[in-house]
Design a protein around this ligand. Structure first.
Ligand SMILES: Cc1cc2nc3c(=O)[nH]c(=O)nc-3n(C[C@H](O)[C@H](O)[C@H](O)COP(=O)(O)O)c2cc1C
Length: 344
């Protein structure tokens, strides 16, 4: 595919129009993706926060689970975070002030962190190509798209507005993940400092249809009706995350599960990572969000030890409990049942 072209693309390798979303931090496990595959669907394994070795391990585990169920040919995807350029000169003071506020347990910012992007891309090109790779937090480089295309991988980019979609289309990608403001976890906004818009996928889909790219819709999916509406609005598939958070196959921590059953709502905050992300409202969010600078991943790094310590002592008031606006509909059910309940 030539960069810069538009026009009808080949369809994405999808089985049914419903996918389990990539949820980093150990939430979308190989077991969760395999369970959704067994129910007839598919999904994206998260690559974010992992080393290439850890991602390779999760890919091998998913392949093993699919093999055991004679589903080796089921197409699935991997999701990667595009590195966010950071400017130490400009941002160090703001990040260190925030760390001071958090107290002695705060972590150290790292200024050259690319989330092992190059190594993971190498793994996906040279060692373990997959059918689809989706990117979030920005567009990959043209040579990354080309390298993935050369090994037969379809490339998708998460977008939250027209400009981001236009930029992705200009790269010759094969699809867009159209993420609305009601989505759980990080907003895929390409510019970290930009205030995210308040548009849901239902509003975004018709705005992006002129690009003529397959669109996977994401955000706030809680019922079969939500899925049907997104498909009717032009999505080729829907990607749900929060609906699967309480499944036994998900790696959701006990503190996160507790918050899902006790919280009163969600909102978008920069408190945990510096990037806008939707999570269940808790004490950490309320106490710190007014002070968090828009600097990613350094804010994530300084809050991480506090969040990890809270998770290990089961304290849901100090964790990042990512969840979408449909959080209250999530149920303690096996992933196959959740999948079947959402499938049109
Ligand atoms: C716990 C959690 C972690 C997430 N991690 C990622 C991620 O690693 N990469 C990504 O592209 N999106 C991530 N997301 C966003 C999802 O891919 C998807 O856009 C979102 O879950 C859809 O909205 P919903 O949660 O309301 O269904 C995450 C969402 C949650 C809830």
């Amino acid at each position: 595919m030539t960069a810069g072209t538009t026009g009808p693309r080949r369809p994405l390798p999808l089985r049914l129009p419903l996918l389990v979303a990539p949820m980093a931090g150990g939430v979308t496990t190989p077991e969760l993706v395999a369970a959704v595959c067994a129910a007839g669907g598919s999904g994206f394994l998260p690559g974010g926060y992992l080393t290439a070795e850890q991602l390779g391990h999760n890919l091998a585990r998913l392949d093993e689970l699919l093999d055991e169920q004679a589903m080796a040919a089921v197409p699935y995807g991997v999701n990667l975070f595009v590195p966010t350029p950071s400017d130490r000169q400009r941002d160090a003071t703001a990040v260190l002030d925030y760390a001071d506020r958090l107290g002695e347990q705060a972590g150290q910012p790292r200024w050259n962190d690319d989330d092992h992007y190059t190594e993971k891309l190498h793994l996906l090109v040279e060692e373990h190509p997959v059918k689809m790779v989706s990117f979030t937090f920005g567009c990959p480089r043209p040579e990354d798209v080309q390298a993935l295309h050369q090994v037969g991988t379809r490339v998708l980019v998460t977008v939250t507005d027209r400009d981001e979609a236009q930029a992705a289309a200009g790269l010759g990608v094969d699809g867009l993940v159209v993420q609305g403001f009601d989505a759980g976890g990080h907003r895929g906004t390409h510019d970290v400092a930009k205030a995210p818009n308040h548009r849901d996928a239902l509003a975004l889909l018709p705005e992006l249809s002129h690009l003529d790219l397959p669109m996977v819709a994401a955000g706030g999916v809680a019922t079969r009706g939500d899925v049907q509406r997104l498909l009717a609005a032009g999505a080729v598939a829907v990607q749900a995350g929060t609906a699967f958070l309480r499944c036994p196959e998900a790696g959701t921590s006990p503190a996160h599960r507790e918050l899902l059953s006790t919280a009163h709502g969600t909102r978008v905050t920069r408190a945990f990572s510096g990037r806008p992300a939707r999570g269940l409202v808790n004490d950490f969010m309320e106490r710190h969000e007014d002070f968090a600078p828009s600097v990613y991943p350094q804010v994530d790094q300084v809050t991480k030890p506090l969040r990890a310590a809270a998770a290990s002592r089961g304290d849901s008031s100090q964790i990042s409990g990512w969840a979408g606006a449909g959080w209250s509909a999530a149920q303690d059910l096996p992933a196959g049942e959740v999948f079947a309940s959402l499938l049109p």
